[in-house]
Design a binder for this molecule. Structure first.
Ligand SMILES: [Zn+2]
Length: 66
């Protein structure tokens, strides 16, 4: 059974496949956000950890809606 979780950006249901694992990367079909499975029960998605983007921490509040 394909499972899904809510996109933290647009709120749409994002399919994570039938065997989701923590750390699995998925893409929201509605807004194109690249997301990571961070919890399984309940299923929860969040932004992937980007080790090389430390200088961008100040931009977290700069969400734009398309
Ligand atoms: Zn989305």
């Amino acid at each position: 059974m394909i499972q899904s979780a809510e996109c933290p950006q647009c709120g749409s249901e994002v399919s994570v496949g039938s065997q989701p694992r923590i750390g699995k990367l998925v893409e929201c079909k509605s807004c194109g956000a690249e997301l990571e499975v961070v919890w399984l029960d309940p299923l929860e998605l969040d932004w992937p950890m980007m080790d090389e983007d430390e200088e961008d921490l100040d931009d977290e509040l700069d969400d734009e809606e398309y």
